[in-house]
Design a protein around this ligand. Structure first.
Ligand SMILES: *[C@@H]1O[C@H](CO)[C@@H](O)[C@H](O)[C@H]1NC(C)=O
Ligand SMILES: *[C@@H]1O[C@H](CO)[C@@H](O)[C@H](O)[C@H]1NC(C)=O
Ligand SMILES: *[C@@H]1O[C@H](CO)[C@@H](O)[C@H](O)[C@H]1NC(C)=O
Ligand SMILES: *[C@@H]1O[C@H](CO)[C@@H](O)[C@H](O)[C@H]1NC(C)=O
Ligand SMILES: *[C@@H]1O[C@H](CO)[C@@H](O)[C@H](O)[C@H]1NC(C)=O
Ligand SMILES: *[C@@H]1O[C@H](CO)[C@@H](O)[C@H](O)[C@H]1NC(C)=O
Ligand SMILES: *[C@@H]1O[C@H](CO)[C@@H](O)[C@H](O)[C@H]1NC(C)=O
Ligand SMILES: *[C@@H]1O[C@H](CO)[C@@H](O)[C@H](O)[C@H]1NC(C)=O
Ligand SMILES: *[C@@H]1O[C@H](CO)[C@@H](O)[C@H](O)[C@H]1NC(C)=O
Length: 336
């Protein structure tokens, strides 16, 4: 029993000496730019007093119990002599690297350790940009995920509609996930894309709402193909389009209206013809048309511009002229 305990202690000391890292935690330790790092030494068994403690950054001495703090580190470090631990404040990026400690106890036993520190800038200003700017169906688009600050040793994770992104045949990731590339945009690519940029000390998320512009396609005109004179013709044009299309109507090649619904009180046969609706998408800069033939029927329409009173007026006027003509003729005749 006693033998087993002694063996354990010997093994423990032996492994501590050979490993070297022993009294410091395994690295890398990660801290934020401007932050504070506490390098905790764990000397076992803990000593009340050490005869000597020295910390180094690479080959450079930071502080030791014999000569004190090195000028470069003045005001930034505190050495805790009871534990051998070191606090390093106001971290700068070039504080990243390997730190070593040597601790010599009163009895002359020596402990040492090393670990590495990585100082990271906090990530901020993450953004996703689309190139080209306007996503249009059928074209190739790249979404690029970048951060304004903290661009050291970061990783990126893409999501679509808050779920892990599943790459389709149409998509690819480049530059360690910085660029999400679509070979040929499809309406099915619509959705909310997010990119999370992270490093060991921070993360930031950017979003991009993808609305694929397309069309116009499937232009359709609704309305009668035959109509009586005097009735109101209503033709309605529609198209599938993102964003919504604008519409232009032409009759026999002449522009007559510019919105989706065309209405007109039919005044005669000249309203017959081929009504064309052209849909235009100002983002895709594409157009598409449909033609609808309307035939005007019914003869009463020709006089429909004139009410009953108007017709009566014409008749009376005619009678008056005829009477005048007849009377005048008689007068001329008698004078002769
Ligand atoms: C740090 O410790 C590792 C073992 O953990 C050792 O291989 C390495 O040589 C040590 N580095 C220094 C500079 O002491
Ligand atoms: C520091 O970050 C690295 C990844 O870069 C990670 O492997 C390591 O475990 C982190 N260290 C600690 C102490 O969390
Ligand atoms: C060192 O110890 C302090 C106090 O217990 C703790 O807050 C800190 O996280 C430790 N540092 C590391 C690198 O583990
Ligand atoms: C780190 O860089 C700063 C300037 O940015 C310099 O003053 C300082 O001496 C450097 N520290 C080390 C440990 O190299
Ligand atoms: C998208 O990114 C890839 C890789 O960087 C590049 O090869 C391709 O030309 C880019 N495409 C567009 C549309 O910017
Ligand atoms: C978009 O994707 C659907 C389903 O995968 C496919 O049927 C369609 O042809 C695609 N459209 C284009 C324009 O590639
Ligand atoms: C993602 O969300 C958009 C908009 O809410 C929706 O149109 C699309 O179908 C969704 N896509 C997936 C894969 O769930
Ligand atoms: C349009 O063409 C039709 C058929 O040729 C014709 O009957 C109609 O008068 C024309 N209308 C106009 C306004 O040109
Ligand atoms: C109207 O369209 C029809 C069918 O496309 C065609 O037969 C006819 O000649 C067209 N009429 C005019 C006036 O363009």
């Amino acid at each position: 029993m006693e033998k087993a305990v002694i063996q354990f202690i010997i093994v423990g000391v032996f492994s501590g000496l050979t490993k070297g890292a022993g009294v410091l935690p395994d690295g890398p330790l990660n801290e934020t730019l401007g932050g504070t790092m506490a390098f905790n030494a764990t000397v076992i068994p803990p000593e009340q007093t050490f005869s000597f403690v020295q910390w180094q950054f690479g080959d450079k001495i930071i502080i030791n119990t014999a000569t004190g703090v090195t000028a470069d580190y003045a005001g930034r470090v505190t050495l805790f002599t009871s534990t051998g631990s070191l606090e390093l404040r106001n971290l700068v990026l070039n504080d990243s690297g390997e730190y070593n400690v040597v601790i010599i106890s009163q009895d002359g036993s020596r402990n040492s350790g090393n670990t590495t520190l990585e100082v990271y800038e906090r990530i901020s200003g993450a953004a996703v940009t689309s190139s080209p700017n306007r996503p249009i169906e059928g074209i190739s688009v790249n979404l690029t995920c970048d951060a304004a600050a903290g661009s050291i040793s970061l990783s990126r994770l893409w999501k679509k509609n808050d779920s892990d992104l599943i790459l389709t045949d149409n998509m690819a990731l480049y530059e360690e996930n910085r660029v999400l590339s679509f070979k040929s945009l499809n309406k099915t690519d619509n959705g909310k894309y997010s990119c999370e940029i992270s490093n060991p000390v921070s993360n930031d998320v950017a979003q991009y709402i993808m609305i694929v512009n397309y069309g116009p396609e499937n232009v359709q005109i609704e309305g009668p193909s035959k109509i009586d004179s005097g009735k109101t013709l209503t033709l309605t044009c529609s198209a599938e389009s993102e964003p919504s299309a604008s519409y232009t109507w032409t009759l026999n090649g002449t522009e007559i209206h510019s919105s989706s619904v065309f209405t007109k009180v039919i005044s005669g046969f000249s309203d017959s013809g081929n009504y064309t609706c052209q849909a235009m998408n100002h983002i895709t800069e594409r157009t598409s048309s449909a033609v609808h033939q309307v035939t005007v029927t019914g003869i009463q329409g020709e006089t429909s511009g004139c009410s009953a009173g108007c017709i009566a007026g014409i008749v009376i006027a005619c009678l008056a002229v005829c009477a005048a003509a007849g009377g005048g003729g008689y007068y001329l005749y008698t004078r002769k």
